[in-house]
Design a protein around this ligand. Structure first.
Ligand code: PBG
Length: 324
C-alpha cells in the first residue's frame, strides 16, 4: 500500500508543525479578570480558585503594572462589596466613591494605557445575590435596567474604557448606549455578555465575591444551556442595541455556540473561560491527574480555534508566561 497523500508529512517534526499551525495564542488575545477588595496590603487567595486573589487597591496597582510588562493590556474588574453596603437596589453600585470606581481610577493612574473594562451587574451589591432588583421573589427587569444604566454611567465617569453588562436583563444594552451618548461618553464601549448561560461553572466566582443568590437561581434571566438559537437571537439583539463586543459564556462547554456566533456576526467575539473551568483544571492538576500547563494551553487554543477574538481567562498570566 502506497498512499499518495500522507497527512503525517505535515506533522513529522516541530518545525513543520509550527509552520502549518492554524491557531496561535498571543498576549493580545487575553482579557484579565481582577477581583478587588477594600483594605491595604490585602492579597487573599480565593479558596476555590487556587493561585487567584482578591487584591486591595495598593496591590492592584502593582498587579496591573506587572500585567502590562507581560504584554497583557486589558483587564476586567469585579469588586467585592462589604455585606453592610449591600441592599436590594444596588445603591452602592452607583457610588462615585465606591470600590469599583476607585479601582478604575487606581488602574488608570498606575498604568494609563491599560484598557479597563468593568462588570455591570447587581449581584455583588445585592442583598439577595441577584443581578437585578427583587420584588415578591421575582427579579424585575425594567427598574433593574435603570440602575444598571446609572451604574454604567458611573463607571464611565470613573474612566472605564468599556462597560461589560453581565446581568442578562432585556433592553439593557440600548438603555446603556443611549445614556452614554446623552452624557457625552461617546467613546465608552460596551462589551455585552450576550449569550450568558445559567451555569453551574460560576460557583467559585460566587465564592470570590460572596455573591451567590440568596434564594432560587438565575434561570429567569440567564440562558438555558440547552438552547442554541436563543444565543444567536440574544447576540444579534445586543449588536442592534449598540454592543461593540459580544460575549459567549462559559467557554469550553459552549464552543459550538462560539463558532456559530463568530460565523454570524461581524463584531469581535469574546469568550469567558469561567471560574469553574479554572477550578477544575487546578483541582485535577493538584491531584496529579492532569498536566496543568498542557491542559491549560489546549483549552485556551481550542477557545481561540472555535472563534474567540478575546479570551477572558484566569489563566491569562500563566499562559503568557509559557508563550515566552
Ligand atoms: C456577575 C458575573 C458572574 C460572572 C461574571 N459576572 C456570576 C454570575 O452571573 O452568577 C461569573 C464569572 C466566573 O464564573 O468566572 N453577574
Amino acid at each position: 500500500m502506497h498512499p499518495l497523500i500522507r497527512n503525517r508529512r505535515l506533522r513529522s517534526n516541530e518545525a513543520i508543525r509550527s509552520l502549518v499551525r492554524e491557531t496561535i495564542l498571543t498576549p493580545n488575545d487575553f482579557l484579565v479578570p481582577l477581583f478587588v477588595v477594600e483594605g491595604k496590603g490585602v492579597k487573599q487567595e480565593i479558596p476555590s480558585m487556587p493561585n487567584y486573589y482578591r487584591l486591595s487597591l495598593d496591590l492592584l496597582e502593582k498587579e496591573v503594572k506587572e500585567l502590562w510588562a507581560m504584554g497583557l493590556k486589558s483587564v476586567l474588574i469585579f469588586a467585592m462589596v462589604p455585606e453592610n453596603l449591600k441592599d436590594n437596589k444596588g445603591k452602592e453600585a452607583t457610588n462615585p466613591k465606591g470600590l469599583m470606581q476607585r479601582a478604575v481610577k487606581t488602574i488608570k493612574n498606575a498604568c494609563p494605557e491599560m484598557l479597563v473594562m468593568t462588570d455591570v451587574a447587581f449581584d455583588p451589591y445585592s442583598s439577595y445575590g441577584h443581578d437585578g432588583i427583587v420584588e415578591d421573589g421575582i427579579i424585575i427587569n425594567d427598574d433593574s435596567v435603570e440602575i444598571l444604566t446609572e451604574m454604567s454611567l458611573s463607571h464611565a465617569e470613573a474612566g472605564a474604557d468599556f462597560v461589560a453588562p453581565s446581568d442578562m436583563m432585556d433592553g439593557r444594552i440600548l438603555s446603556i448606549r443611549e445614556a452614554l451618548e446623552d452624557e457625552g461618553y461617546i467613546n465608552t464601549g460596551i462589551m455585552a455578555y450576550s449569550a450568558k448561560y445559567a451555569s453551574a461553572f460560576y460557583g467559585p466566582f460566587r465564592d470570590a465575591l460572596d455573591s451567590a443568590p440568596g434564594f432560587g437561581d438565575k434561570k429567569t434571566y440567564q440562558m438555558d444551556y440547552a438552547n442554541r438559537l436563543e444565543a444567536l437571537r440574544e447576540t444579534e439583539m445586543d449588536i442592534d442595541e449598540g454592543a461593540d463586543i459580544v460575549m459567549v459564556k462559559p467557554g469550553l462547554c459552549y464552543l459550538d455556540i462560539v463558532r456559530e456566533v463568530r460565523d454570524l456576526v461581524d463584531v469581535p467575539v469574546a469568550v469567558y473561560q469561567v471560574s469553574g473551568e479554572y477550578a477544575m483544571v487546578k483541582a485535577a492538576a493538584e491531584k496529579g491527574w492532569l498536566d496543568h500547563d498542557a491542559v491549560m494551553m489546549e483549552q485556551l487554543t481550542a477557545i481561540k480555534r472555535a472563534g474567540a477574538n478575546i479570551i477572558a481567562s484566569y489563566f491569562a498570566k500563566d499562559a503568557v508566561k509559557l508563550l515566552g
